[in-house]
Design a protein around this ligand. Structure first.
Ligand SMILES: [Zn+2]
Length: 136
């Protein structure tokens, strides 16, 4: 039931307005071509659900696209968009729990058309190499 709700609601999400383009932060990034008001639900973050063991293995192999939703590890490496979201200490997006299968990306503040979407990856190592305006 819960899953169906999220699927239905995801029709109202904004994923279709997101595009992948060269990022000023790192490699490619995820951008919006519409203005997104604060607190909007932007997209469902889903992928392959894997065990902690599998997560550790894949990360050791260089997979940096694994999310955690307090219940499952979600490998987004095969997705077309969300895998490109970059870290920024001055992030404009946040993630909230959806159900056991994923997360929802929401707007942490008003985001303008053309802006890159970013989140706080929230793990120690990221701050060492961060290229955001705060850090560089
Ligand atoms: Zn930073």
């Amino acid at each position: 039931m819960e899953k169906e709700n999220i699927k239905q609601r995801s029709n109202a999400f904004l994923e279709e307005y997101l595009y992948v383009y060269d990022s000023g932060i790192h490699g490619k990034g995820l951008f919006t071509n519409i203005d997104i008001p604060e607190n909007s639900e932007i997209m469902f973050i889903g992928g392959e659900l894997i065990s902690e063991e599998e997560c550790i293995e894949r990360e050791a192999e260089g997979n940096v696209y694994i999310f955690w939703n307090d219940q499952n590890y979600i490998d987004t490496i095969k997705t077309e968009k969300i895998k490109y979201i970059n870290h920024n200490c001055d992030f404009n997006c946040d993630v909230i729990e959806a159900d056991e299968s994923g997360l929802i990306l929401i707007a942490y503040r008003d985001i303008k058309s053309g802006e890159e979407l970013t989140i706080d990856y929230g793990y120690e190592e990221i701050y060492q190499y961060c290229q955001c305006k705060n850090c560089s």
